[in-house]
Ligand binder design. Structure first.
Ligand code: NAD
Length: 429
């Protein structure tokens, strides 16, 4: 039975007797939800906790778990998923009342997600995190090599989605058939001393070919590009989709969530704030100075000296390089990137599922500035981007305004480079 505690927490209790030791399992992250009583969207946190003080199986079937609590704290699953999970528990508990145990608790898993480049440093942990989503019914993992083992491994996790592996171009169409969300982390990562643009020559062709297959096999899917240089690969994807006659700018996203995740983390540390409350919009693009955290728009509102603004801005812009150097040749950010991309996927699934209150920053086709692609906060809905949110760009500080103007030439050049690449390829074909 679903009970609301005086604390406002929900918990399901006394439904199934699983003699098991105490254990706790929690999943953490943030979802962007609108702020009640405000015209501005704000990140809001939400949480699910599974623990075993009262006996009941969780949706992921851990014997030890005995109660589910949905509470207002850090969660990767977000509001909609938590609601689905609560509803699932409530209806199952109702149905099973008076019967014996051993029922399966399944939230409404109904979306197909494909990860292209799933055997890589980002792809593997990202696939694992997506496997944890109660909204996913099918998880398709594609790579040019080594994906069979990854899929076999992840498929043993007892969460709702069915995992399938697909290797090589001959299996790509099958992988993409009927997919709702395609995430693309395929391609080479940076080594120390490299810029993201140095990856262009290899990754541009990889993204072109993969997006071309998406256009042929699941043209209505949300397409989420992680492969760098994102500033160019997203315009490449747009051109390929245009050439195929299926471009929907509302459904093409450059994944810049990691910049927001980093900004939130660094600001919370610097200002000694509770991390889950912090929300810093990051606009522009996803490379060097094109990454522009709008610290003046930090919520809850916080004040920063000029020195701290400079220090935080530069750290957020160079955070990827911080990881590349620490890994000393073994790649770039993979785990934090997987976490950030999983948050973006989950937000997209909640939007597809009808949650009307989902906001994320993303690099998309835009008319908020004079650049054709620009990262900003966007409102997500069932059909993709419902609105670009202009308010973050209003009332900028002098520092932010100057930084915005300074990033434009570089971002413009990266966009044009991507478009020129895709158009040249089309002419040659
Ligand atoms: P990785 O080398 O560990 O993995 C890449 C995977 O892509 C490999 O498994 C490889 O086999 C696969 N691959 C290569 N060509 C492919 C093709 N044609 N089709 C399908 N799969 C293919 O690299 P990684 O660390 O996972 O990084 C992947 C990409 O993500 C890089 O371009 C990196 O720069 C980028 N990245 C983006 C962000 C961001 O914030 N958007 C952050 C970090 C890394």
């Amino acid at each position: 039975m679903l009970m609301k505690h005086t604390s406002g927490r929900f918990c399901v209790s006394q439904v199934e007797m699983a003699a098991a030791p105490a254990a706790t399992f929690a999943i953490g992250s943030t979802g962007s939800l609108g702020q009640r009583g405000s015209s501005l969207p704000q990140s809001r946190s939400f949480g699910l906790k599974f623990n075993s003080q009262n006996p009941l199986k969780s949706f992921c079937g851990l014997k030890a778990m005995s109660s589910v609590r949905c509470e207002s704290e850090l969660s990767f699953l977000g509001n909609k998923s938590a609601s689905a999970l609560r509803a699932s528990f409530a209806s199952k508990a109702q149905k099973e009342k008076g019967q014996n145990f051993n029922y399966q608790l399944q939230p409404q898993a109904s979306y197909k997600v494909a990860v292209l480049g799933a055997a890589g440093g980002i792809g593997q942990p990202l696939a694992l995190l997506i496997k944890m989503s109660p909204l996913v019914s099918d998880l398709h993992l594609y790579d040019i090599a080594n994906v069979k083992g990854v899929a076999a491994d992840i498929s043993h996790c007892n969460t709702p989605s069915q995992v399938k592996d697909f290797t090589g171009a001959s299996e790509l169409a099958k992988c993409l058939n009927g997919v709702d969300v395609v995430v693309i982390p395929a391609g080479v990562p940076r080594k120390p001393g490299m810029t993201r643009d140095d990856l262009f020559n290899i990754n541009a062709g990889i993204v072109r070919d993969l997006v071309s297959a998406v256009a042929d096999n699941c043209p209505g899917a949300f397409i989420q590009i992680i492969s760098n240089p994102v500033n160019s690969t997203v315009p490449i994807a747009a051109e390929v989709l245009k050439q195929k006659g299926v471009y929907d700018p509302k459904k093409l996203f450059g994944v810049t969530t990691l910049d927001v995740v980093r900004a939130n983390t660094f600001v919370a540390q610097k200002k000694n704030l509770k991390l889950i409350d912090v929300d810093v919009p990051v606009v522009g693009g996803h490379a060097g100075i094109t990454i522009l955290p709008l610290l003046s728009k930090t919520r809850p509102s916080a004040s920063f000296t000029d020195e701290v603004v400079e220090e935080l801005t530069v750290r957020i812009q160079n955070a990827g390089t911080e990881v590349v150097e620490a890994k000393a040749g073994a790649g770039s950010a993979t785990l934090s990137m997987a976490y950030a991309a999983a948050r973006f996927v989950e937000s997209s699934l909640r939007a597809l599922d009808g949650d009307g209150d989902v906001y994320e920053c993303s690099y998309v086709q835009s008319d908020l500035t004079d650049l054709p692609f620009f990262a900003s906060r966007v409102k997500l809905g069932k059909k993709g981007i419902e609105a670009l949110i202009p308010s973050d760009l209003q009332g900028l500080t002098d520092y932010e305004q100057k930084a915005l103007e300074a990033l434009k030439p570089e971002l413009k050049a990266s966009i044009e480079k991507g478009i020129a690449f895709a158009q040249k390829q089309a002419v040659a074909a």
